[in-house]
Write a protein that binds this ligand. Structure first.
Ligand SMILES: C[S@@+](CC[C@H](N)C(=O)[O-])C[C@H]1O[C@@H](n2cnc3c(N)ncnc32)[C@H](O)[C@@H]1O
Length: 261
């Protein structure tokens, strides 16, 4: 499944009231939205037809969040669905998550693109390839390590993998408190990057089709709409056996990293 197909399926499954995107480019991912949307990109050049009420902001995400509150565009509602696909350096992607999470609810879903580079060259901080993930894959480890309260799912999408984050907490300060130290470590990592085998081989990644079939998506929507108790989603997620969703567990051996390039 392609990342845009996953995003389209999440729009359908979640029926978000709004959508926020960091990194618009030509508008291919923004074109999937039918709800009030915000697109942030200092260099957008939209060629895809857009079929939603959208605020396009020509700014970096740092500049945007310095002076904007996205919920003002969304009638005071938190961001329901966000796609982080801007600057492909780990510290930028981490800041983007911190910004978006501050305007999220427990039922918001935050998706990162380019989290499973296919080879080490593609993951370089200093861009050397046309298809470039940079080192944003590092954010997965940071979130798992500092935010065990989040559900962080690597998803086996083409071409360069996605991460879906569930149960964000707008009140959490853990990432912001450690940000300076994390950034210093990320920036100090010179190329070539030390990309874990689990990332290159996608051994932890869940199969997108199986992920989309999970029943707790309905609970997420019901909880957002106040039709079930507030803790329902957390309880269902706690019972999910994630290993059974893994792509590698489906009997399809992941390709060696060299042949994925
Ligand atoms: C990979 S493209 C986005 C593709 C788009 N999301 C899609 O799937 O169709 C990345 C975009 O991020 C933008 N970008 C780079 N630095 C950024 C930043 N600091 N804040 C927001 N966007 C940024 C670039 O201008 C580029 O258009």
């Amino acid at each position: 499944m392609d990342r845009h197909e996953l995003l389209a399926a999440l729009h359908a499954r979640l029926q978000p009231r709004n959508y926020l995107e960091i990194g618009v480019d030509a508008g291919a991912s923004l074109a999937l939205s039918r709800v009030p949307s915000i697109g942030i990109d200092p260099g957008f050049a939209v060629v895809h037809e857009i079929d939603c009420d959208v605020q396009l902001v020509r700014a970096t995400s740092d500049d945007y969040f310095r002076s904007h509150n996205p919920t003002e565009k969304f009638d005071g509602e938190p961001v329901d669905l966000a796609f982080i696909d801007g600057m492909h350096l780990a510290e930028f992607a981490l800041r983007d998550f911190i910004y978006v999470e501050a305007y999220s609810a427990r039922t918001s879903v935050i998706v990162f693109d380019d989290m499973l580079p296919r080879n080490v060259v593609e993951a370089a901080r200093d861009r050397q390839t046309v298809a470039w993930t940079g080192d944003v894959f590092k954010v997965t480890h940071v979130l798992r390590h500092l935010r065990p309260d989040l559900v962080v799912l690597e998803v086996d999408t083409e071409p360069t993998g996605t991460v879906v984050v569930l149960l964000p907490d707008a009140r959490s300060t853990a990432l912001a408190e450690h940000y300076n130290d994390i950034e210093a470590a990320m920036v100090a990592d010179g190329d070539p990057q030390d990309v874990p085998e689990s990332v290159l081989g996608r051994t932890r990644a869940v199969d997108p089709y199986r992920l989309l079939q999970c029943a707790w998506w309905e609970t997420l929507v019901a909880e957002r709409q106040g039709r079930v108790a507030r803790a329902s989603l957390s309880e269902e997620l706690a019972q999910q056996d994630w290993t059974e969703l893994r792509a590698a567990a489906l009997g399809v051996a992941p390709l060696p990293s060299a042949s994925r390039a």
